[in-house]
Design a protein around this ligand. Structure first.
Ligand SMILES: Nc1ncnc2c1ncn2[C@@H]1O[C@H](COP(=O)(O)OP(=O)(O)OP(=O)(O)O)[C@@H](O)[C@H]1O
Ligand SMILES: [Mg+2]
Length: 391
């Protein structure tokens, strides 16, 4: 049992409040990712879990045990840092073996040269060596055991850092941007390896990143953070398709979601980018709000018409199977971006007129505070008004 309960954690550094009352439950064996822009407090929260930083208020439970005040070593967690934190003067084998030597050998038994010959140390050291080579084998770095970290590539160093965490058999792995020093290709490969490691070990992983692709591909659930607060916790697909907050919608997705000011014309019909579009939620006529439209929510339309947005094409980017089309509907200051299938919209060029439709359920409505307004929110607050079905 190694679930985690984070309760009402607050943390300030001097006058700077870094975490505001953060609470979160992580299931045993879950892969949970903390995602958010630089400086939002991800590493601070992870370091508090590890016991490397102390919260001002609130409490942490790991595996049903309150660990506040318990030293990092005794928390049954292992952390992999962005910098890997390997000892440059030690071999790969010695780096991986270090946590086991610290745990299983006395100070005298750890002495170089003579330690091995002290009573009782021989079998323990052989056991450690076997475990190190088994771990190195599993990570594909057995041939590198005698090298120093400085003689390794970034990906190999990353594996050594993971190996050093693995030998401790922790109940929880904490990983702080472990792939951010790698080039794009290696990052994708190591991402798959981390996913595989999680599957094989079946223990809880808490992973920090500001890379949405990592968060989306690795996680059971994603926690989107901003300015020391949690904005949303949900499985990746839900975070993307059903964001609670404008900041969540804007943080995920590439190209970025289009955000357009809109006005409710009449119940179920919204004035947006020079068109009247049906929308699957009802707000009082005349209200102003913002509509988010993912680039792929647009569909190429042959003709103008009801529910169709028309604009002049500013630029087209060919991405192989897709086109990114930047177009200017009348009355908008900034262009909208549509991601269209190259097969269905083959001959679009700059300067031409483009028509696109968008399904009502793909319009994400946000109020002035940036909070999402859903159809069910409206029907609950105003039960006398039926919500129109447009799908
Ligand atoms: N030891 C410290 N002393 C003072 N301020 C700190 C300390 N550690 C972190 N901070 C501040 O706390 C805020 C959150 O830092 P944190 O490292 O948790 O962010 P992060 O989300 O991990 O960012 P990044 O993606 O850049 O790693 C930042 O404004 C940072 O400057
Ligand atoms: Mg960080």
């Amino acid at each position: 049992m190694s679930g985690i309960a984070i309760r009402n954690i607050r943390k300030s550094f001097g006058a700077t409040r870094v975490l505001h009352d953060v609470s979160l439950s992580i299931a045993d064996g879950e892969f949970l990712t903390l995602l958010g822009p630089s400086g939002c407090g991800k590493s601070t929260l992870l370091r508090i879990l590890a016991g490397l930083e102390v919260q001002d208020t609130g409490s942490i439970e790991i595996g049903g045990r309150v660990v506040d005040g318990i030293r990092p070593k005794r928390r049954d967690v292992a952390m992999v840092f962005q910098s890997y934190a390997l000892y440059p003067h030690m071999s790969v084998a010695a780096n991986i073996a270090l946590p086991l030597r610290m745990r299983r050998l006395s100070r005298a038994q750890r002495l170089p040269l003579i330690g091995r010959w002290l009573p009782g140390s021989g079998p323990v050291i052989s056991g450690i060596e076997m475990e190190v080579s088994r771990t190195a084998e599993a990570l594909g770095i057995a041939h590198l055991l005698n090298r120093r970290p400085g003689q390794l590539s970034g990906g190999q160093r990353q594996r050594v850092a993971v190996g050093r965490a693995m030998v401790r058999h922790p109940a929880v792995f904490l990983m702080d941007e472990p792939l951010s020093n790698l080039d794009a290709k290696l990052r994708v490969q190591m991402r798959a390896e981390i996913k595989d490691l999680h599957r094989r070990l079946g223990v809880t992983f808490v992973y920090v990143t500001h890379d949405q692709a990592e968060a989306m591909t690795l996680s059971d659930r994603v926690v989107v953070m901003r300015d020391g607060e949690i904005l949303q916790v949900a499985p990746p697909q839900e975070i993307y398709a059903d964001p609670n907050d404008m900041r969540v919608a804007e943080f995920l997705g590439s190209p970025k979601i289009n955000m357009v000011d809109a006005t409710m014309r009449e119940p179920g019909l919204v004035d947006l980018a020079g068109s009247a579009l049906p929308v699957a939620c009802e707000i009082a006529p005349g209200s102003k709000f913002t509509v988010g439209i993912r680039p792929e929510a647009f569909q190429f339309a042959e003709h103008p018409g009801p529910g169709v947005i028309t604009g002049s094409v500013r630029m087209v980017e060919h991405m192989g199977s897709d086109l990114f089309v930047y177009f200017d509907p009348c009355g908008l200051e900034h262009p909208l971006i549509a991601r269209l299938s190259a097969e269905r919209a083959p001959h679009i060029v700059a300067g031409q007129t483009l028509h696109v439709s968008v399904r009502p359920d793909q319009l994400l409505v946000f109020n002035r505070d940036g909070r999402r307004v859903r159809a069910r929110d409206v029907s609950r607050t105003n039960p006398s008004t039926p919500v129109r079905e447009w799908a």
